[in-house]
Design a protein around this ligand. Structure first.
Ligand code: DX5
Ligand code: ZN
Length: 242
């Protein structure tokens, strides 16, 4: 059964401890930590200290850290020490920055520039004792991830341009997900597929039917009044395809 991963970026930071307790008491199986450096994305969120507090407060749930940072190498050791279960970094760390409206930007890769750096980061995450996630932004061609997919535990497909919660789902990602799931089946690979951004009751069932295994729900979870009711609704919607 697919897993729902509430993103704490959408929680009330002024009551973060209580928010984690409420989510855990509602029965979530995991939480998604969005770390942003203000360089790779046009926003700054939180770092390893807050991540560690969340990880410890939510223990023993396994939490995944999504690093939207230009230098993921700098953070591997500290997130491993903080107890992160899975560390996801972006394929686009050496890619080109594209301007978006409102002073925002997104990095998209159309070619692979430094394969050895990506492989080295994968090795470092694994030897630090964490599972490995590789993330692709919406503009990035998924075939660029192919050389690494037999070495990672997770492929994260961004379904919004990263940096902010509460954005609308980018419809093209349905086709990207279908391609990735078909490729996984053809090559008999083991990575799970996480969809991240704009996921909610309206699209979660279709995403699962196309092959998604883990669905990040920021606003669609923490935007609800009653977290256990919302978790039940989202869980029911996992199996209700269009
Ligand atoms: C965006 C983050 C997402 C975001 C999801 O850069 O990676 O995880 O917080 O939030 P929603 O579900 O509200 O789009
Ligand atoms: Zn994320």
């Amino acid at each position: 059964m697919a897993t729902i991963a509430p993103s704490i970026l959408a929680s009330d930071f002024s009551r973060l401890g209580e928010e984690i307790d409420s989510a855990v008491n509602a029965g979530v199986e995991t939480l998604h930590l969005d770390i942003m450096d203000g360089q790779f994305v046009s926003n700054i969120s939180f770092g390893v200290d807050i991540s560690q507090m969340v990880i410890e407060r939510a223990a023993p749930l396994p939490l995944d850290a999504h690093l939207m940072v230009t230098m993921p190498e700098y953070y591997i050791e500290s997130f491993a020490k903080a107890g992160a279960d899975l560390f996801t970094f972006h394929l686009e760390i050496d890619a080109r920055r594209q301007a978006l409206p409102g002073g925002r930007w997104v990095y998209g890769a159309t070619e692979l520039r430094y394969v050895s750096r990506i492989n080295h980061i994968i090795d470092q995450i694994r030897s630090a004792g964490m599972k490995v996630g590789l993330a692709l932004n919406p503009p990035t061609d998924p075939k660029l991830a192919a050389p690494f997919l037999d070495r990672v535990d997770r492929l994260l497909l961004m379904s919004v341009n990263p940096g902010f919660g509460g954005q609308s789902f980018i419809e093209e990602i349905f086709a990207k997900l279908e391609r990735a799931a078909k490729y996984r089946q053809k090559k008999k690979l083991k990575f799970d597929i996480q969809i991240d951004g704009g996921v909610g009751l309206a699209n979660i069932g279709q995403l699962v039917s196309l092959g998604a295994d883990n669905l990040v729900c920021g606003t669609s979870f923490f935007g609800a009044k009653d977290y256990s009711m919302r978790l039940k609704e989202l869980t029911a919607a996992l199996t209700a395809t269009k």
